[in-house]
Design a protein around this ligand. Sequence first.
Ligand code: AMP
Length: 209
Amino acid sequence: MRMILVGPPGAGKGTQAQRLVDTFQIPHISSGDMLRAAVKEGTDLGKAADGFMKAGQLVPDEVVIGMILERIAKPDCAKGFMLDGFPRTIPQAEALDAAMTAAGVTLDVVLMIEVPDALIVERGVGRRNDPETGRIYHVKFDPPPPEIADRLVHRKDDTEEAITKRLTYYHDWTAPILPLYEQKGLLRRVDGVGTPDEVKARITATLAN
Ligand code: AMP
């Protein structure tokens, strides 16, 4: 299974990806997670990405494309992968398409998780990430157990200002990739409003069709 998860920031892509990889036994490849790890390690890639990420802007295509194409060429992706947060622009979608064609593999599905703009800021500012397990919580909608509260991280780009900027980038740069996949009959839309379990059930039903 080769799939892409797409949706606005805070749509639940990371939350659902964690649940879906268990079902499909394929690697979850999150461009945001890879970039955050590079920033933490202080690599050249991380240094190039840091300022853009803090400001809620997109990291330049050439940086992200190289990182992802290298990652999906690794042996653990031979049977499939779940991309989360990539592609986010038309040049990224085109580069992915060209690399997959050259490798003789095809995409199975592009799953779009839809959440209205009005909900996005509230979801983002309340989001908390557990660095130990990778699990994503929300202070109101999916509260963490009190004993782990101290170790949770609030992403630097989950402020109201950065989320609003990321949402604008989503509409201006990412939404235009959707018709490319719609024309190929690969796009499936799922309502992302509800609990993580409710959304997962919708995704499972959609993928079963
Ligand atoms: P995410 O974790 O997917 O919300 O990504 C966090 C941030 O990483 C984004 O706001 C961008 O600054 C950067 N980023 C992640 N994926 C990409 C991408 N495909 N293209 C450009 N920037 C990206």
